[in-house]
Design a binder for this molecule. Structure first.
Ligand code: HEC
Ligand code: HEC
Ligand code: HEC
Ligand code: HEC
Ligand code: HEC
Length: 219
C-alpha cells in the first residue's frame, strides 16, 4: 500500500491550481491579491536545518580550511542547479585525511558501493517555480544574499523565506544586492557605503535585467 496520506494532492495538481490561478489573474485586483499572498509571512520557512547523513561542516571546510564554494558546487556558474559534490570529491582528501574516522564511514561506504550519499535537501522551492543559479551568480548576486553566512554554519539552514515576496523584493531593486562578479563566493564581502552607485554601475555593466512578469518565474 501507498503510505502517502489520503488527503495529499498528487504533485501535478499544484501546477494545475497555479495554471487556473494564472488564468484568473486577468485583472489587477487578482494580481494584487496574489502578490499579497506571496508576501504573506505565513509562507516563511526560515531556520529549516535538517540533520544530514554525514556530519559535514561548512564552518570547518569553508570557514576554517578556506575552501571555495565552487570546489564542491561546481556547476553553479554554468547551470540552473548548484549541484552537490560527488563522493569522489570528498575522497580527494579523505582517502588520506581522517581515513579511519567513524564520522566518514558512510562516505567510504558510498565510495565503495557507488551509491550516492543521501543528502537531505535544505532549500526546496515548488516545482512550478523556475529558478536558475547561473543567471544570478553571473550578474554578481552573491551566494550570501540568499544563503547567508554558510561559512559559519555547522549545519546548513535556510536564512531567507524563499517565497515570492522575497524574490520580488530583489527583482524590484537589484541595485542593493549586486557586487563585482569575482566576489560572489566571498562570504566576508560587505557592501560599500556607496552601494547604490556601485549597484547601478554593475547592473549596466552586466546587463542585469530583472523582471517581475509572472512568466519569468512561472513558465
Ligand atoms: C567540501 C565541499 C563543499 C564546499 C567547499 C561547499 N559546500 Fe555547500 N554543501 C556541501 C555538501 C556535501 C552539502 C550537502 C550537505 C549539507 O547540506 O550540509 C552542501 C550543501 C549546501 C547548501 C544546501 C543545499 C540544499 O540542499 O539546499 C548550500 C546552500 C550550500 N552548500 C552552499 C555553499 C556555499 C555558499 C559554499 C561556499 C561559501 C559552499 N556551500 C561550499 C559541500 C560543500
Ligand atoms: C580539500 C580537502 C578536503 C575535502 C575535499 C573534504 N574535506 Fe572533510 N576535512 C578536511 C580536513 C583537513 C578535515 C580535518 C580538519 C580538522 O580536524 O581540523 C576534514 C574533516 C572532515 C570531517 C570530520 C571528521 C572527524 O572525524 O572529525 C568530516 C565528517 C568531513 N571532513 C566530511 C567531508 C565530506 C562529506 C566531504 C565531501 C563533501 C569532505 N569532507 C571534503 C579536508 C577536506
Ligand atoms: C538569488 C538567490 C540565490 C543565490 C544568489 C544563490 N542561491 Fe543557491 N539556492 C537558491 C534557491 C532558491 C535554491 C532552491 C532551488 C530549488 O529548490 O529548486 C538554492 C539551492 C542551492 C543548492 C541546492 C542544490 C540546488 O541547486 O537546488 C546549493 C548547493 C546552492 N543553492 C548553493 C549555492 C551557491 C554555492 C551559491 C553561490 C555561488 C548560491 N547557491 C547562490 C537561491 C540562491
Ligand atoms: C538578491 C537579489 C535576487 C533575489 C533574492 C532573486 N533574484 Fe532572480 N534575479 C536577480 C537578478 C539581478 C537577475 C538578472 C539576471 C540577468 O539579467 O541575467 C535575476 C533574474 C532571474 C531570472 C531570469 C533568469 C533567466 O534565465 O531568464 C529568474 C527566472 C529569476 N531571477 C528567478 C528568481 C526566483 C524564483 C527567486 C526567488 C526564489 C529569485 N529570482 C530571487 C536577482 C535576484
Ligand atoms: C521572481 C520570481 C517570481 C515572479 C516574477 C512571480 N512569482 Fe509567483 N511565485 C514565486 C515563488 C518563489 C513562489 C513560492 C513557491 C513556494 O512557496 O515554494 C510563487 C508562488 C506563486 C503562487 C502560489 C501561491 C503562493 O503564494 O504560494 C501563485 C498563484 C503565483 N506565484 C502567481 C504569480 C503571478 C500571478 C505572478 C505575476 C504577477 C507571479 N507569480 C510572479 C516566484 C515568482
Amino acid at each position: 500500500m501507498d503510505s502517502q496520506p489520503l488527503l495529499m494532492f498528487p504533485k501535478w495538481s499544484n501546477k494545475l491550481a497555479l495554471g487556473l490561478l494564472l488564468l484568473l489573474a486577468t485583472g489587477p485586483v487578482y494580481v494584487g491579491l496574489l502578490l499579497a499572498y506571496g508576501a504573506n509571512p505565513t509562507t516563511l520557512n526560515v531556520g529549516y536545518a535538517p540533520t544530514q547523513p554525514v556530519p559535514y561542516s561548512h564552518a570547518l571546510h569553508v570557514g576554517k580550511l578556506g575552501m571555495d564554494c565552487r570546489y564542491c558546487h561546481n556547476t553553479v556558474e554554468k547551470s540552473g542547479m548548484a549541484a552537490l559534490p560527488s563522493t569522489e570529491t570528498c575522497m580527494n582528501c579523505h582517502a588520506a585525511i581522517w581515513a579511519n574516522s567513524p564520522k566518514l564511514a558512510l562516505v567510504r561506504e558510498s565510495y565503495k558501493s557507488g551509491m550516492p550519499i543521501p543528502w537531505v535537501k535544505v532549500h526546496d522551492i515548488a516545482d512550478y517555480v523556475y529558478f536558475n543559479h547561473s543567471a544570478h551568480v553571473n550578474v554578481g548576486v552573491g551566494c550570501a544574499e540568499c544563503h547567508g553566512r554558510v561559512d559559519q554554519m555547522e549545519v546548513v539552514q535556510t536564512v531567507k523565506p524563499l517565497n515570492m515576496g522575497w524574490c520580488l523584493d530583489c527583482h524590484r531593486n537589484p541595485e542593493a544586492s549586486l557586487r563585482p562578479k569575482d566576489q560572489v563566493t566571498n562570504m566576508q564581502w560587505v557592501p560599500p557605503s556607496d552601494q547604490a552607485a556601485l549597484g547601478k554601475q554593475l547592473k549596466d555593466k552586466y546587463h542585469a535585467n530583472t523582471n517581475t512578469d509572472c512568466v519569468t518565474c512561472h513558465r
